[in-house]
Design a protein around this ligand. Structure first.
Ligand SMILES: Nc1ncnc2c1ncn2[C@@H]1O[C@H](COP(=O)(O)OP(=O)(O)OP(=O)(O)O)[C@@H](O)[C@H]1O
Length: 598
């Protein structure tokens, strides 16, 4: 027993090395490995929430990798949407100049769509529909921000037991600005071939469009329907062969528009193939789903619908509601100004550090005040230096010299900052919190400092619909940002002070239920007991009146608690595949009750 505890402590030590915040998180287990490092499930001891911590090793070893990481953390800070994975925090490194690894704290998801597909060969039509709906909603949001994901595949869609999906891995994503030569984007295109749009299988065109993501979503959806990848090409040419085997040879106008001469020639000389009817290829699928799928998989990108158009497709008649499919304000060019410069490793380090500070608002404020250059980094050394300076300054004065207390020596690093806040009382501030704090009205017009705020103990984390900041813009009242607060010209500080009205996710994962506020919801055991907790009364999707949908994405029936427990149990026992199986099987229990189907 003692031995296993020691082993666990060792594991945590190894994982966090010397990061001060390590005390805050208790590592549970390794849940994933990617090319950039390892992902662990952990408990945030401040909030009781489960989180996923991704340790990215040697961030600055290669400039290209460091840039990828910078883009990803920046985009995930800017794209706040219930269908996009959220960064909760990034741990403050022990030294601004020398840090090599970064620890990104995400909301924890239970599995990913790849696992879900692999472990379940009997997903229902309702699953299909709800999966596609969420993916398109995420796309609509990111595309209106002018962000193209470029690497959508089942593994990059995280999934929960309640069928909630969230897009992750924005490492290959790009923001498109009108005056940026879009061809630049082609040069580094290394996304997974199977989900690659035909125009990417040989540089068919120079204009890079969001339709490439629409194609990928089409491929993913087909995989959800059949359980198998739709176009598992072994090479780019094979990929084009598989695509044309299903869709037929493209129209001559489409081929004529292909810029790449070799690709054009290849398509022109290809034997003529006819479209295979989708009802034949996907015999058990909903015909409306297939009609939409065919639109998503149009060979010519111009023929593919936008995400917003796809959401308006009759397939989603009983599910879609434009107010819960928010758009996003286009991302400011200034945020990606670094893309136009040739950056050294130190430049990128500075930029990543600046991103990390977004999750440590008080430090960010200090950093902004000192304009970065003479920012006194509040590491242990910084603190020691301060104490020495204080002693030196005051040594001539009468009476004993009492240096400023070092209250924070053994506390998580994020609680140590130059404004000497009572660390015990400091709430867990992350980028989201900081923005929420900053929009609190103040009498003198000054944005209240977070250190003042920090004297109050923080409550449980805000529930998504009521407290989550976002950049959502849409006509709906619920989603509308205060446009006056949205600067047209960028000021680095304004992103910190920006008022962001929250994106309530109006679709319950059990989207066919409607709420009855008599009962109580439970989420991870940390929700405020005082919140009204709804119960769900099952309704059918195709009832005459569309079900009233609860705004809380985490609203669940009482069954949900049991499902989560089962899923997590399966996850540790059988790994993610087992978890996915249980997740969907469990959901089906709800489905059978909820959908009123046999
Ligand atoms: N928030 C999360 N919750 C649960 N699991 C996660 C989360 N984020 C990542 N994972 C798991 O960790 C794995 C690796 O994460 P991720 O894909 O982000 O790393 P990466 O190094 O960028 O990977 P890649 O090599 O695909 O680019 C994922 O496949 C997923 O299973």
């Amino acid at each position: 027993m003692q031995q296993s505890q020691e082993k666990k402590n060792m594991k945590e030590m190894e994982f966090f090395t010397e990061y001060g915040d390590a005390n805050r998180y208790r590592i549970l287990e390794v849940i994933g490995k990617g090319s950039y490092g390892v992902v662990c499930a952990a408990i945030d001891t401040h909030t009781g929430e489960k989180v996923a911590i991704k340790k990215i090793n040697d961030v600055f070893e290669h400039v290209s990798d460091a840039l990828r990481i910078l883009r990803e953390v920046k985009l995930l800070r800017l794209l706040r949407h219930p269908d996009i994975v959220e960064i909760k925090s990034i741990m403050l490194p022990p030294s601004k100049r020398e840090f090599k690894d970064i620890y990104v704290v995400f909301e924890l998801m239970e599995s990913d769509l790849h696992q879900v597909i692999k472990a379940n060969d009997d997903l229902t039509r309702e699953h299909h529909q709800f999966f596609l709906y969420q993916m398109l909603r995420a796309l609509k949001y990111m595309h209106t921000a002018n962000v193209y994901h470029r690497d959508l595949k089942p593994k990059n869609i995280l999934a929960n037991a309640n069928c909630k999906l969230k897009v992750c891995d924005f490492g290959l994503a790009r923001v498109s600005f009108n005056d940026t030569p879009t061809t630049v984007f082609w040069t580094d295109y290394v996304a997974t071939r199977w989900y690659r749009a035909p125009e990417l299988c040989g540089s068919f065109c120079s204009k890079y469009t969001p339709a490439i993501d629409i194609w990928s979503i089409g491929c993913i959806f087909a995989e959800v329907l059949t359980g198998k990848p739709l176009f598992p090409g072994k090479s780019v040419v094979h990929q084009l062969d598989l695509i044309t085997d299903l869709l037929g040879t493209p129209k001559s106008e489409t081929i004529a528009g292909v810029r790449n001469e070799k690709a054009r020639k290849y398509l022109n000389e290809m034997r003529k193939k006819n479209l295979v009817p989708f009802s034949q290829k996907f015999p058990n699928a909903d015909p409306l789903a297939l009609r939409l799928l065919q639109r998503l998989l149009a060979f010519d990108p111009k023929d593919r619908p936008t995400a917003a158009e796809a959401l308006a497709d009759p397939y989603f008649k009983c599910l879609a509601k434009v107010e819960r499919e928010p758009s996003c304000q286009p991302i400011s060019k200034m945020e990606f100004e670094f893309e136009r410069r040739r950056l050294t490793k130190d430049d990128i380090r500075e930029l990543i550090y600046r991103e990390i500070l977004e999750y440590h608002p008080q430090l960010l404020k200090d950093y902004m005040n000192s304009e970065g250059s003479n920012f006194l980094y509040p590491s242990a050394i910084g603190h020691l230096r301060k104490q020495f300076a204080y002693l030196e300054e005051n040594s001539g004065k009468s009476g004993p010299v009492i240096p400023p207390d070092r209250k924070h020596a053994s506390l998580p690093r994020s609680t140590v900052h130059s404004s000497a806040v009572n660390s015990n009382a400091q709430p867990s501030l992350n980028a989201s919190d900081s923005r929420r704090v900053s929009i609190e009205p103040s009498r003198n017009g000054v944005v209240p400092s977070t250190s003042a705020y920090s004297t109050k103990p923080i409550g449980p984390p805000p529930r998504v619909p009521s407290g989550r900041p976002g950049r959502i813009v849409e006509s709906s009242v619920t989603y509308e940002n205060d446009r006056n607060l949205k600067e047209s010209s960028y000021d680095a500080r304004t992103s910190y002070y920006r008022s962001t009205v929250l994106p309530p996710q109006t679709v319950s994962p059990n989207c066919f239920f409607h709420p009855n506020t008599m009962n109580q919801e439970k989420r991870g055991g940390t929700e405020a007991a005082s919140q009204p907790k709804p119960q769900f009364v099952p309704t059918q999707c195709n009832s005459a009146k569309p079900a009233e949908l609860n705004p809380n994405p985490y609203v669940q029936s009482q069954h949900k608690v049991g499902i989560d427990a089962k899923l997590l149990h399966a996850q540790s026992q059988y790994g993610p595949a087992g978890a996915a199986a249980v997740a969907v099987a469990a959901h089906r229990n709800i489905g059978a009750v909820g959908y009123g189907m046999s």
